[in-house]
Ligand binder design. Sequence first.
Ligand SMILES: [Zn+2]
Length: 450
Amino acid sequence: MILIFEQALLPGGWAGQVVAEVEDGRFASLTPGGNADGGTRVAGRVLPGLPNLHSHAFQRGMAGLAETRSDSDDSFWTWREVMYRFLDHLGPDDVEAIAELAYREMLEAGFTSVVEFHYLHHQPDGRPYAAVGEMAERIAAAAARTGIGLTLLPVLYRWGDFGGRPPAPGQRRFLCDLDLYGRLVEESARAVAALPDAKIGVAPHSLRAVTPEDLLFARGLAPHGPIHIHAAEQEKEVVDSVAHSGLRPVRWLLDHAELDARWCLIHATHVDGDETRRLAASGAVAGLCPITEANLGDGIFPATEFAEGGGRFGVGTDSNVLISAAEELRTLEYVQRLRHRRRNRLSGASPSIGRSLWEAACAGGAQASGRDIGRLAPGASADFVVLDSDHVSSVGRSADAGIDGLVFAARTNPIREVWTQGVRRVENGVRPGQDGAEDRFRAVLRRVLA
Ligand SMILES: [Zn+2]
């Protein structure tokens, strides 16, 4: 297939009249200023699709349900209780319906791939389903129907807190011993095998939920895949970690887990200056989830210092309370502005903050996904978004300023088309076809919330 991009953001910068050859879902070549007869013309500005490096798809179903003040001093920990109650009612069909809607919304928002940090494994009473990988199959099915690229991370969750404390009843659907986890990873790999270019990795949930021995075991199951872990999202976790091991969570991982480019530390919110420098130098990705971190009141990651130290980062939609690529990047930048009382903090090679954020999150997100994505280059998956250059947020502006418009100034979505693996998934801003995904989502929510 031949595509002709009016304007495209290649690794070396913007280029016009780019003739892109796509074979088996990947770019075979991209030639600026090329000539092609009979190719499909793509009008507008073409950006690499943004990877979403952290999602718990089922949580899309509880979006907005935890915004009511309770009697207790509401925090991450009280939100978690709401989440445990919500998931108690979800079966495999429900999870698949919610995931499908979430993945559709991600595509419409400009995310062309997702890393699913998948921990809802078992039946409501905690017993495994007849097929241990039942829920993983449902995630894979939702990804297949929407066309979003998938990295599936089966989660190892064993304990209730540091030091191998017993888990709480609300955690029983997540729990695996090491034998069961090994089977789960195998079945998860089978579940994604039918998807073109899907990837499997592992996710020890957090230092609260695994011991050092469990962490080593999980790492051993992913010799080539990405390894993700929640780290230092909450101050309480830092205090508990110091009480248990004498080390803060990220410091512990830096000292004991051999962090490298395969690793992604989700949140890493509470890090000191030394941890920030060492994490940046490790080559691991900081998996930032700005909307969720704001929603949960987690705290502020020192992204400015981390990026200045050469740190790699990407963004994830995590709790999926609101799915928006632009808003994740905007929140990330705005929080740094509020923190420093200065403007234009997270600049990269380009002075345009929108473009810098987009490019950094593409590179970091691709690394954390373990897939060749996030770039318009030969060999990479043909995943891209097309911005409407006549949208009110970008009309009359330079191409870079068009991305600034998308990230900072668009009240409606200027993303007109989204393609993954060389197939157009979103047209005129929406995923086409009346396939009933929204109706299935509504039916699940009506039943669960009744
Ligand atoms: Zn998470």
